[in-house]
Design a protein around this ligand. Structure first.
Ligand code: DQA
Length: 151
């Protein structure tokens, strides 16, 4: 299998460590730990070794993205609130060479807060998956598999 054991990073930004407790009417009841296990399982089916991380600290996220750029690792990124205003995340995403897929559990474009209607990630993303709940992460991994198979 061409993608056997290829590493993929699934990176989650601020407040996503509280999945399951945080506004479940918007983000659902799945915890980050459960999401991580699902991503590892979905990745395994696609031949990926998935590494799922979450941070509330922007510098950590920039370091992870810089490392992904250096090692040409595909990234599934839910940058959470940083999506909407962080030029450090914009610049880090700009350096990625392997596919970057932007994911949101909710659909920010359909939410009432106008600040959610801007994304600094989208200009650098090969695809955006939003509003599909936790299953969006699975779709994002499938998009990466499709993109890599085309190379
Ligand atoms: C989010 C949407 C963002 O607007 C919000 O700040 C988040 C989560 C989502 O997954 O739906 O923290 O990225």
């Amino acid at each position: 299998m061409s993608n056997a054991l290829k590493k993929v990073l699934v990176l989650n930004g601020p407040n996503l460590g509280r999945l399951g407790k945080r506004q479940p009417e918007i983000y659902g009841h799945t915890t980050l730990k459960e999401l991580g296990a699902m991503c590892v399982g979905w990745g395994h089916e696609l031949g990926f070794a998935v590494d799922v991380r979450q941070t509330n600290h922007e510098g950590d996220m920039v370091d992870w993205l810089n490392d992904a750029a250096d090692k040409e690792i595909p990234v599934v990124l839910n940058a959470a609130a940083w999506t909407h205003y962080s030029y450090a995340i914009y610049d880090a995403c700009a350096q990625l060479t392997a596919p970057l897929i932007e994911v949101h559990i909710s659909e920010p474009l359909e939410r009432p807060e106008v600040f959610r209607h801007t994304s600094v990630v989208t200009p650098h993303a090969a695809a955006v998956v939003a509003g599909k709940g936790i299953d969006g992460y699975r779709e994002a991994l499938e998009v990466i598999a499709t993109k890599l198979d085309k190379v």
